[in-house]
Design a protein around this ligand. Structure first.
Ligand code: IPM
Ligand code: MN
Length: 356
């Protein structure tokens, strides 16, 4: 198969982890005789430095004409501590999501047996954890208007807005996922307070009879945050709005023992995008210590979701699991007494495994 991908390393550790995912992608393509072509482009702080724009038109055009986008992370401390900065790297990510129509962010959370001890939760609580969080990605507080400051600078507003169309399409994705999995859907909202949440809940209730084999439960977001810790294996598919999904998936990532492990796929109207859920981790940038596995697993999702290549995705997952079982991992997940490997070494190990 011909695979033409856009590679956006981004900022911080982005370039290092994307490099490993790219190596792995190349190795898999060689093994299965796929014809891979790719082109790199800038997004985030590096794009501001170069073009004064965190998501330059050139980058967007590349994404639009590619079959998939492999993305690292973006963000820079240069902007984080300056509340008056008007151009921010994060705007690049939001613009990319919006312009590519990526309304569904799929974040699977599962446990690697060799890492179970690293979870802050007790083993018996996390052993059977296997769920998917579907986060709405192009609406809600992130994009609602009005948004901004009053003229005197002393009041600020963000708006949470959702239309029926936006809610229906993300719920449809969620119902369909649940149908292919254990047939349980948890709709997370704050319907006791927010009107947008009441609309979500109303639409979910209208749609539910269309999926008679799926058990639907409704949870308030505060309660969901609690249950993720108390009984995480009770979830199968979670669907929620943008900001709730942002917060809950960071919480969920910790369950697996390291944030450096969770991949994601963003899908929608145009080209799909694959990225780790962790950020740009600037403190580690350039040190060759970042965990590349979340990005490598995002590449696995790319094979599966963007190209329907399931065997290829499975081989990558197998390689990742094998590296963990062999203890060939970066410092964030190395066990006591185990030698920590570099970002690059882990990438090379995976490539060797895949070729073998
Ligand atoms: C994420 C990130 C982004 C978000 C930031 C970097 C804008 O935290 O992908 O979860 O909030 O969506
Ligand atoms: Mn986040």
């Amino acid at each position: 198969m011909k695979m033409n991908i856009a590679v956006l390393p981004g900022d911080g550790i982005g370039p290092e982890v994307v490099e490993q995912a790219l190596k792995v992608t190349k190795a898999v393509c060689e093994k299965f005789s796929h014809e891979l072509t790719y082109e790199k482009a800038l997004v985030g702080a590096c794009a501001i430095d170069e073009f004064g724009d965190p998501y330059p038109e050139k980058t967007h055009e590349l994404c639009m004409k590619s079959d998939a986008v492999l993305f690292g992370a973006l963000g820079s401390p240069k902007y984080d501590n300056d509340p008056t900065a008007t151009i921010r790297p994060e705007q690049g990510l939001l613009a990319m999501r919006k312009k590519l129509g990526l309304y569904a962010n799929v974040r699977p959370v599962s446990i690697f047996p060799s890492l179970i001890e690293r979870s802050p939760l007790r083993t018996e609580l996390v052993r059977d954890v296997d769920f998917i969080c579907i986060r709405e990605l192009t609406g809600g507080l992130y994009f609602g208007r009005p948004q901004g400051r009053s003229e005197d600078g002393n009041s600020a507003v963000d708006t949470c807005a959702y239309s029926r169309t936006e809610i229906e399409r993300i719920l449809k994705v969620a119902f369909e996922y649940a149908g292919k999995r254990r047939k349980k859907l948890t709709v997370v909202d704050k319907a006791n307070v927010l009107e947008t949440s009441r609309l979500w809940r109303q639409i979910a209730k209208e749609m539910a009879p269309g999926y008679p084999d799926i058990e639907v439960e409704y949870l308030f977001v505060d309660n969901a945050a609690m249950r993720l810790i108390q009984w995480p294996s009770s979830f199968d598919v979670i669907v929620t709005e943008n900001m709730f999904g942002d917060i809950l998936t960071d919480e969920a990532s910790v369950i697996s023992g390291s944030m450096g492990l969770l991949p994601s796929a963003s899908v929608g109207l145009y080209t799909s995008l694959f990225e780790p859920i962790h950020g740009s981790y600037p403190q580690a940038a350039g040190k060759n210590i970042a965990n590349p596995l979340a990005t490598v697993l995002s590449a696995a999702m790319m094979f599966e979701y963007a190209f329907g290549l399931m065997k290829e995705g499975a081989l990558i997952r197998k390689a990742v699991a094998a590296s963990m079982e062999a203890g060939f991992v970066t410092e964030d997940i190395a066990m006591d007494g185990q030698k920590a490997r570099t970002t690059n070494e882990v990438g090379d190990w995976l490539v060797t495994y895949i070729k073998g």
